[in-house]
Design a protein around this ligand. Structure first.
Ligand code: PEP
Ligand code: MN
Length: 342
Protein backbone atom coordinates (compact mmCIF):
# COMPACT_ATOMS: atom_id res chain seq x y z
CA UNK A 1 0.00 0.00 0.00
CA UNK A 2 1.24 3.47 -0.89
CA UNK A 3 0.06 6.59 0.91
CA UNK A 4 0.75 9.95 -0.73
CA UNK A 5 0.71 12.78 1.82
CA UNK A 6 -0.37 16.40 1.32
CA UNK A 7 2.62 18.59 0.39
CA UNK A 8 2.22 20.72 3.51
CA UNK A 9 1.90 17.81 5.98
CA UNK A 10 3.89 18.79 9.09
CA UNK A 11 6.79 16.52 10.10
CA UNK A 12 5.33 15.97 13.54
CA UNK A 13 2.05 14.67 12.13
CA UNK A 14 3.92 12.43 9.69
CA UNK A 15 5.89 10.88 12.56
CA UNK A 16 2.72 10.27 14.61
CA UNK A 17 0.96 8.80 11.56
CA UNK A 18 3.93 6.51 10.85
CA UNK A 19 3.88 5.25 14.44
CA UNK A 20 0.12 4.61 14.13
CA UNK A 21 0.66 2.55 10.97
CA UNK A 22 3.54 0.57 12.49
CA UNK A 23 1.30 -0.34 15.42
CA UNK A 24 -0.89 -2.15 12.88
CA UNK A 25 1.95 -4.52 12.08
CA UNK A 26 3.43 -3.05 8.90
CA UNK A 27 6.81 -1.51 8.13
CA UNK A 28 6.70 2.03 6.79
CA UNK A 29 9.19 3.39 4.27
CA UNK A 30 9.27 7.17 4.06
CA UNK A 31 10.22 8.79 0.78
CA UNK A 32 10.54 12.57 0.77
CA UNK A 33 10.39 14.08 -2.71
CA UNK A 34 10.67 17.75 -3.65
CA UNK A 35 6.92 18.19 -3.95
CA UNK A 36 5.46 15.21 -2.14
CA UNK A 37 6.07 12.80 0.71
CA UNK A 38 5.09 9.19 0.13
CA UNK A 39 4.80 6.35 2.63
CA UNK A 40 5.30 2.78 1.38
CA UNK A 41 3.69 0.11 3.60
CA UNK A 42 5.27 -3.33 3.61
CA UNK A 43 3.65 -6.40 5.18
CA UNK A 44 0.06 -7.59 5.57
CA UNK A 45 -2.11 -4.55 4.92
CA UNK A 46 -5.37 -6.50 4.63
CA UNK A 47 -6.52 -5.25 8.05
CA UNK A 48 -5.86 -1.59 7.25
CA UNK A 49 -8.96 0.44 6.51
CA UNK A 50 -8.36 2.48 3.37
CA UNK A 51 -11.30 4.81 3.94
CA UNK A 52 -10.16 5.51 7.48
CA UNK A 53 -6.78 6.59 6.10
CA UNK A 54 -8.40 8.82 3.47
CA UNK A 55 -10.30 10.63 6.19
CA UNK A 56 -7.04 11.89 7.72
CA UNK A 57 -6.10 15.47 7.08
CA UNK A 58 -2.53 14.76 5.98
CA UNK A 59 -3.46 12.04 3.44
CA UNK A 60 -3.76 12.95 -0.25
CA UNK A 61 -4.24 9.52 -1.81
CA UNK A 62 -4.11 5.82 -0.89
CA UNK A 63 -3.08 3.27 -3.50
CA UNK A 64 -3.45 -0.42 -2.78
CA UNK A 65 -0.77 -2.44 -4.51
CA UNK A 66 -1.95 -5.75 -3.09
CA UNK A 67 -5.52 -7.06 -3.12
CA UNK A 68 -7.48 -6.59 0.12
CA UNK A 69 -8.27 -10.31 0.36
CA UNK A 70 -5.66 -12.61 1.81
CA UNK A 71 -7.05 -16.08 2.48
CA UNK A 72 -8.82 -16.18 -0.89
CA UNK A 73 -5.74 -14.85 -2.69
CA UNK A 74 -3.81 -17.16 -4.99
CA UNK A 75 -0.62 -15.41 -3.90
CA UNK A 76 -0.97 -17.01 -0.48
CA UNK A 77 -2.10 -20.37 -1.86
CA UNK A 78 -0.75 -20.96 -5.37
CA UNK A 79 -2.38 -24.38 -5.90
CA UNK A 80 -6.03 -24.74 -6.90
CA UNK A 81 -8.30 -25.70 -4.03
CA UNK A 82 -10.34 -28.87 -4.46
CA UNK A 83 -13.62 -29.20 -2.57
CA UNK A 84 -14.34 -32.81 -1.59
CA UNK A 85 -17.90 -33.85 -0.89
CA UNK A 86 -18.95 -37.26 0.35
CA UNK A 87 -21.53 -39.14 -1.71
CA UNK A 88 -23.41 -42.41 -1.20
CA UNK A 89 -21.46 -45.66 -0.87
CA UNK A 90 -18.35 -43.99 0.56
CA UNK A 91 -17.69 -42.22 -2.73
CA UNK A 92 -16.25 -38.70 -2.83
CA UNK A 93 -17.15 -36.05 -5.40
CA UNK A 94 -14.83 -33.17 -6.19
CA UNK A 95 -15.09 -29.63 -7.51
CA UNK A 96 -11.95 -27.75 -8.59
CA UNK A 97 -8.31 -28.66 -9.18
CA UNK A 98 -9.00 -30.66 -12.33
CA UNK A 99 -12.53 -31.78 -11.44
CA UNK A 100 -15.60 -30.42 -13.21
CA UNK A 101 -18.55 -30.60 -10.81
CA UNK A 102 -21.95 -30.73 -12.46
CA UNK A 103 -24.88 -29.66 -10.30
CA UNK A 104 -28.35 -30.04 -11.82
CA UNK A 105 -31.96 -29.96 -10.71
CA UNK A 106 -35.02 -27.75 -10.52
CA UNK A 107 -35.02 -24.17 -9.33
CA UNK A 108 -37.41 -25.18 -6.55
CA UNK A 109 -38.54 -28.40 -5.01
CA UNK A 110 -42.26 -28.58 -5.87
CA UNK A 111 -43.56 -32.11 -5.28
CA UNK A 112 -42.12 -35.53 -4.37
CA UNK A 113 -42.71 -36.78 -7.93
CA UNK A 114 -41.03 -33.72 -9.44
CA UNK A 115 -37.83 -33.76 -7.38
CA UNK A 116 -37.56 -37.56 -7.39
CA UNK A 117 -38.07 -37.69 -11.16
CA UNK A 118 -35.61 -34.91 -11.96
CA UNK A 119 -33.04 -36.33 -9.51
CA UNK A 120 -33.19 -39.74 -11.19
CA UNK A 121 -32.95 -38.22 -14.67
CA UNK A 122 -29.97 -35.94 -13.94
CA UNK A 123 -28.17 -38.78 -12.20
CA UNK A 124 -28.67 -41.06 -15.20
CA UNK A 125 -27.35 -38.30 -17.44
CA UNK A 126 -24.19 -38.06 -15.33
CA UNK A 127 -24.70 -35.12 -12.94
CA UNK A 128 -22.63 -35.30 -9.77
CA UNK A 129 -24.89 -33.19 -7.55
CA UNK A 130 -28.59 -32.41 -7.19
CA UNK A 131 -29.88 -28.85 -6.73
CA UNK A 132 -33.32 -27.76 -5.53
CA UNK A 133 -34.46 -24.70 -3.61
CA UNK A 134 -36.66 -25.04 -0.53
CA UNK A 135 -36.33 -21.43 0.66
CA UNK A 136 -36.64 -19.17 -2.38
CA UNK A 137 -35.59 -15.52 -2.63
CA UNK A 138 -38.36 -14.17 -4.88
CA UNK A 139 -38.65 -10.60 -6.12
CA UNK A 140 -42.38 -10.58 -5.38
CA UNK A 141 -43.76 -11.59 -1.98
CA UNK A 142 -46.76 -13.02 -3.86
CA UNK A 143 -44.66 -15.49 -5.90
CA UNK A 144 -44.07 -19.08 -4.79
CA UNK A 145 -41.67 -18.87 -1.86
CA UNK A 146 -40.58 -22.52 -1.84
CA UNK A 147 -41.88 -25.39 0.28
CA UNK A 148 -39.55 -24.57 3.19
CA UNK A 149 -38.89 -27.45 5.59
CA UNK A 150 -41.16 -29.76 3.58
CA UNK A 151 -39.09 -29.00 0.49
CA UNK A 152 -35.88 -29.82 2.32
CA UNK A 153 -37.34 -33.17 3.39
CA UNK A 154 -38.26 -34.01 -0.21
CA UNK A 155 -34.79 -32.98 -1.39
CA UNK A 156 -33.19 -35.22 1.23
CA UNK A 157 -35.47 -38.08 0.18
CA UNK A 158 -34.24 -37.63 -3.40
CA UNK A 159 -30.67 -37.63 -2.09
CA UNK A 160 -31.33 -40.96 -0.37
CA UNK A 161 -32.91 -42.43 -3.49
CA UNK A 162 -30.18 -41.40 -5.90
CA UNK A 163 -27.11 -41.02 -3.68
CA UNK A 164 -26.48 -37.57 -5.16
CA UNK A 165 -25.10 -34.94 -2.75
CA UNK A 166 -27.46 -31.95 -2.56
CA UNK A 167 -27.11 -28.18 -2.93
CA UNK A 168 -29.78 -25.84 -1.58
CA UNK A 169 -30.07 -22.19 -0.62
CA UNK A 170 -29.93 -20.87 2.93
CA UNK A 171 -31.60 -17.48 3.31
CA UNK A 172 -31.29 -16.90 7.03
CA UNK A 173 -28.95 -18.28 9.62
CA UNK A 174 -31.71 -19.78 11.81
CA UNK A 175 -32.39 -22.21 8.93
CA UNK A 176 -28.94 -23.76 9.44
CA UNK A 177 -30.26 -26.21 12.05
CA UNK A 178 -32.42 -27.74 9.30
CA UNK A 179 -29.44 -28.19 6.96
CA UNK A 180 -27.81 -31.21 8.61
CA UNK A 181 -28.29 -33.48 5.61
CA UNK A 182 -27.42 -30.78 3.06
CA UNK A 183 -24.02 -31.21 1.41
CA UNK A 184 -23.41 -27.73 -0.04
CA UNK A 185 -25.05 -24.55 1.29
CA UNK A 186 -25.92 -22.04 -1.40
CA UNK A 187 -25.68 -18.32 -0.64
CA UNK A 188 -27.79 -16.64 -3.30
CA UNK A 189 -26.83 -13.59 -5.32
CA UNK A 190 -29.07 -11.36 -3.20
CA UNK A 191 -27.29 -12.43 -0.02
CA UNK A 192 -23.72 -12.19 -1.28
CA UNK A 193 -23.11 -9.17 0.93
CA UNK A 194 -25.20 -10.29 3.90
CA UNK A 195 -22.16 -10.06 6.13
CA UNK A 196 -23.89 -11.43 9.23
CA UNK A 197 -24.81 -14.56 7.27
CA UNK A 198 -21.30 -14.84 5.80
CA UNK A 199 -19.70 -14.58 9.25
CA UNK A 200 -21.94 -17.34 10.60
CA UNK A 201 -21.13 -19.55 7.62
CA UNK A 202 -17.47 -19.01 8.47
CA UNK A 203 -18.12 -20.96 11.66
CA UNK A 204 -19.88 -23.74 9.77
CA UNK A 205 -18.13 -26.86 8.52
CA UNK A 206 -20.08 -27.33 5.28
CA UNK A 207 -18.95 -26.19 1.82
CA UNK A 208 -20.56 -22.96 0.65
CA UNK A 209 -21.61 -22.16 -2.91
CA UNK A 210 -21.29 -18.37 -3.03
CA UNK A 211 -23.09 -16.70 -5.93
CA UNK A 212 -21.98 -13.37 -7.32
CA UNK A 213 -24.32 -10.47 -6.50
CA UNK A 214 -26.37 -8.94 -9.31
CA UNK A 215 -24.22 -5.82 -9.35
CA UNK A 216 -21.12 -6.96 -7.50
CA UNK A 217 -17.58 -6.59 -8.72
CA UNK A 218 -15.12 -9.44 -8.84
CA UNK A 219 -13.28 -7.96 -5.85
CA UNK A 220 -16.53 -7.71 -3.88
CA UNK A 221 -17.22 -11.39 -4.57
CA UNK A 222 -13.73 -12.28 -3.36
CA UNK A 223 -14.19 -10.13 -0.26
CA UNK A 224 -17.45 -11.96 0.46
CA UNK A 225 -15.52 -15.25 0.24
CA UNK A 226 -12.87 -13.70 2.50
CA UNK A 227 -15.56 -13.07 5.15
CA UNK A 228 -16.40 -16.79 5.26
CA UNK A 229 -12.73 -17.77 5.19
CA UNK A 230 -11.80 -15.30 7.94
CA UNK A 231 -14.28 -17.18 10.16
CA UNK A 232 -12.45 -20.47 9.52
CA UNK A 233 -14.37 -22.08 6.65
CA UNK A 234 -12.31 -22.24 3.47
CA UNK A 235 -14.54 -24.70 1.57
CA UNK A 236 -16.01 -22.17 -0.83
CA UNK A 237 -17.12 -22.53 -4.43
CA UNK A 238 -17.59 -19.23 -6.26
CA UNK A 239 -20.34 -18.91 -8.83
CA UNK A 240 -20.71 -16.49 -11.73
CA UNK A 241 -24.47 -16.25 -12.41
CA UNK A 242 -24.75 -13.18 -14.60
CA UNK A 243 -24.78 -9.51 -13.72
CA UNK A 244 -27.07 -6.56 -14.44
CA UNK A 245 -26.26 -4.62 -17.57
CA UNK A 246 -28.17 -2.27 -19.90
CA UNK A 247 -29.30 -5.12 -22.15
CA UNK A 248 -32.59 -6.82 -21.31
CA UNK A 249 -32.45 -9.48 -24.05
CA UNK A 250 -31.18 -11.96 -21.49
CA UNK A 251 -32.26 -12.01 -17.81
CA UNK A 252 -28.70 -11.05 -16.83
CA UNK A 253 -25.44 -10.81 -18.74
CA UNK A 254 -23.14 -13.80 -18.30
CA UNK A 255 -19.75 -12.31 -17.44
CA UNK A 256 -17.62 -15.17 -18.69
CA UNK A 257 -14.49 -13.07 -18.29
CA UNK A 258 -15.09 -13.38 -14.54
CA UNK A 259 -13.99 -17.02 -14.81
CA UNK A 260 -10.38 -16.46 -15.92
CA UNK A 261 -10.24 -13.27 -13.82
CA UNK A 262 -11.29 -15.08 -10.64
CA UNK A 263 -9.06 -18.03 -11.38
CA UNK A 264 -6.11 -15.70 -11.77
CA UNK A 265 -6.69 -14.06 -8.39
CA UNK A 266 -7.99 -16.91 -6.26
CA UNK A 267 -7.33 -20.59 -5.68
CA UNK A 268 -11.01 -21.25 -4.96
CA UNK A 269 -13.03 -23.21 -7.54
CA UNK A 270 -15.23 -21.15 -9.86
CA UNK A 271 -18.43 -22.50 -11.37
CA UNK A 272 -20.97 -20.96 -13.75
CA UNK A 273 -24.78 -20.83 -13.64
CA UNK A 274 -25.90 -20.46 -17.27
CA UNK A 275 -29.59 -20.68 -16.25
CA UNK A 276 -29.88 -17.51 -14.15
CA UNK A 277 -27.27 -15.79 -16.33
CA UNK A 278 -29.40 -16.03 -19.45
CA UNK A 279 -32.93 -16.75 -18.23
CA UNK A 280 -33.54 -18.54 -21.56
CA UNK A 281 -33.54 -22.34 -21.75
CA UNK A 282 -32.33 -22.59 -25.37
CA UNK A 283 -29.23 -20.56 -24.53
CA UNK A 284 -28.20 -22.70 -21.58
CA UNK A 285 -26.30 -25.48 -23.45
CA UNK A 286 -24.22 -22.99 -25.47
CA UNK A 287 -23.29 -20.96 -22.39
CA UNK A 288 -22.59 -24.10 -20.36
CA UNK A 289 -20.08 -25.27 -22.97
CA UNK A 290 -18.57 -21.78 -23.21
CA UNK A 291 -18.12 -21.72 -19.43
CA UNK A 292 -16.19 -24.98 -19.46
CA UNK A 293 -14.08 -23.71 -22.36
CA UNK A 294 -13.38 -20.56 -20.31
CA UNK A 295 -11.94 -22.68 -17.50
CA UNK A 296 -14.88 -23.10 -15.13
CA UNK A 297 -14.59 -25.83 -12.50
CA UNK A 298 -18.24 -26.73 -12.77
CA UNK A 299 -21.78 -25.78 -13.65
CA UNK A 300 -25.09 -25.38 -11.86
CA UNK A 301 -27.95 -25.94 -14.29
CA UNK A 302 -31.71 -25.76 -13.77
CA UNK A 303 -33.50 -28.86 -15.06
CA UNK A 304 -37.26 -29.41 -14.82
CA UNK A 305 -39.37 -32.36 -15.97
CA UNK A 306 -42.11 -29.98 -17.15
CA UNK A 307 -40.65 -26.45 -17.53
CA UNK A 308 -43.96 -25.01 -18.72
CA UNK A 309 -45.61 -25.91 -15.42
CA UNK A 310 -42.65 -24.96 -13.18
CA UNK A 311 -43.53 -22.83 -10.15
CA UNK A 312 -40.27 -20.94 -10.52
CA UNK A 313 -37.87 -20.19 -13.40
CA UNK A 314 -39.53 -22.47 -15.96
CA UNK A 315 -38.42 -20.34 -18.90
CA UNK A 316 -34.76 -20.97 -18.13
CA UNK A 317 -35.10 -24.63 -17.14
CA UNK A 318 -33.98 -27.28 -19.59
CA UNK A 319 -35.65 -30.66 -19.87
CA UNK A 320 -33.97 -33.88 -18.71
CA UNK A 321 -33.53 -34.86 -22.40
CA UNK A 322 -31.80 -31.59 -23.20
CA UNK A 323 -29.62 -32.00 -20.08
CA UNK A 324 -28.63 -35.50 -21.16
CA UNK A 325 -27.60 -34.16 -24.57
CA UNK A 326 -25.61 -31.38 -22.91
CA UNK A 327 -23.82 -33.91 -20.68
CA UNK A 328 -22.80 -35.85 -23.79
CA UNK A 329 -21.14 -32.72 -25.19
CA UNK A 330 -19.63 -31.74 -21.82
CA UNK A 331 -17.78 -35.04 -21.59
CA UNK A 332 -15.81 -34.00 -24.68
CA UNK A 333 -15.28 -30.44 -23.40
CA UNK A 334 -14.03 -31.75 -20.06
CA UNK A 335 -11.64 -34.12 -21.80
CA UNK A 336 -10.33 -31.28 -23.97
CA UNK A 337 -9.73 -29.19 -20.85
CA UNK A 338 -8.02 -32.14 -19.12
CA UNK A 339 -10.70 -32.27 -16.43
CA UNK A 340 -12.63 -35.15 -14.91
CA UNK A 341 -16.40 -34.90 -14.66
CA UNK A 342 -17.55 -35.17 -11.06
C1 PEP B 1 -31.23 -20.01 -7.64
O1 PEP B 1 -30.16 -20.64 -7.74
O2 PEP B 1 -32.34 -20.52 -7.81
C2 PEP B 1 -31.15 -18.55 -7.39
C3 PEP B 1 -32.18 -17.90 -6.87
O3 PEP B 1 -30.01 -18.03 -7.82
P1 PEP B 1 -29.43 -16.52 -7.71
O4 PEP B 1 -29.23 -16.27 -6.26
O5 PEP B 1 -28.15 -16.60 -8.50
O6 PEP B 1 -30.45 -15.62 -8.33
MN1 MN C 1 -33.88 -20.29 -10.10
Amino acid sequence: MIIALKHDAPGEEIRAFTAFLEKQGVRVHLSEGASQTVLGLVGDTSGIDEEGLMARRLVEKVIRVQEPYKRANRMFHPDDTRIDIGAAGGETRHIGAGYLGIIAGPCSVETREQIAGVAKAVKEAGAGFLRGGAFKPRTSPYSFQGLGCGGLDLLLEAKKETGLPVVTELMAIHQLELFDGVDIIQVGARNMQNFTLLKELGRCKKPVLLKRGLASTITELLMAAEYIMAGGNSRIILCERGIRTFDSYTRNTLDLSAVPALKRHTHLPVIVDPSHATGIAWMVPAMAKAAVAAGADGLIVEVHNNPEAALCDGEQSITPASFAALMGALKKYAEFEGKKLS
